[in-house]
Design a protein around this ligand. Structure first.
Ligand SMILES: [Zn+2]
Length: 298
């Protein structure tokens, strides 16, 4: 079976034609155009390019934002202005004549880690992706959780310091992502840095300020992880995203901190692992979603 998976993010749209669970036949990507109509036009042409004479069973689409996955509606998206209350599934089904399946982009990436990534065989898993913000995905008993109003697993908005913490894009203050996302780490250094890579390089050279920023971010991230570990008792925590890729030292720091914070009983057998998939996790997960729905697995 061949399906298409598409990852719609605030800056990029990345799609792939996938055969079976994980064979990528071709990919296509581009910058996310401004506006919903323009976005749909871009998606239609990307789908056309990916199909190119192939027999496709369906299309999975992961979108950054709050998604009513059951009805295929983008409820709202902080990163995609104009994409609010839009019936993307119906629109794309009319344009392509193919069944469309939708979920949140991070849920798709989590599904990819669960099925073909580092979490193969796991039933209870929490995935956290610190990057520009912090995305999260939760799998309980083999299934992604979506919550009562489609905003389950918003781990980045766990209130760590609601009274004195920095203002968050969500309207609250002191959320986890205001303390250990990429921009938060850069801000904490009080230096005019362009990326967290510079923190990594400086820390490697023994610069105190960089080591302090790394430790501070790792401590906050560990707090968020320990909260999830105590609440859900997962078998595995998967860490991915731009911050983890740029700051690999973070992972060992986090392992140590989480082991000092979470309930000892919840830590029994717990693994904290780095995500295996990288930029392709979103569209691969969207493709898996489509495949599973078509096969009636989930
Ligand atoms: Zn927030």
């Amino acid at each position: 079976m061949k399906v298409i998976g598409i990852d719609v993010g605030g800056t990029k749209i990345y799609g792939g034609l996938v055969e079976g669970e994980n064979k990528i036949l071709r990919t296509k990507r581009g910058f996310t155009p401004a506006g919903f109509e323009e976005g749909v036009d871009f998606l239609s042409s990307l789908i056309k390019d990916l199909i190119e004479g192939e027999e496709i069973a369906g299309i999975g689409v992961g979108v950054a934002g709050f998604i009513n996955f059951a009805q295929g509606i983008v409820i709202s998206s902080p990163n995609l202005p104009g994409w609010s209350d839009v019936p993307l599934k119906r629109i794309l089904e009319e344009k392509t004549g193919l069944p469309i399946f939708m979920d949140n982009d991070v849920n798709c990436a989590t599904l990819a880690e669960l099925k073909i990534g580092v979490g193969i065989g796991k039933k209870d898993l929490v995935a956290i992706f610190p990057g520009t913000g912090i995305g999260g995905g939760i799998v309980i008993d083999g299934r992604l959780i979506h919550g009562a109003s489609f905003c389950g697993a918003e781990i980045g908005h766990i209130p760590i310091d609601p009274d004195g913490g920095p203002r968050c894009g969500c309207g609250r203050s002191g959320c986890l992502e205001t303390l250990c996302s990429g921009p938060a780490i850069i801000r904490s250094t009080k230096r005019p840095l362009n990326s967290v890579d510079e923190v990594h390089l400086a820390a490697e050279e023994g610069e105190e300020w960089a080591i302090a920023a790394l430790k501070r971010a790792a401590r906050y991230l560990s707090q968020g992880i320990a909260i999830m570990v105590n609440a859900l008792n997962p078998e595995m925590v998967v860490l991915g995203g731009g911050v983890i890729e740029a700051l690999p030292k973070m992972v060992d720091l986090v392992r140590r901190e989480v082991w000092s914070m979470a309930l000892p009983q919840a830590l029994k057998g717990l693994k904290i692992e780095v995500a295996k998939m990288h930029g392709e996790a979103g569209f691969m997960g969207a493709a898996l979603l489509a495949r599973e729905k078509i096969m009636g697995v989930s």
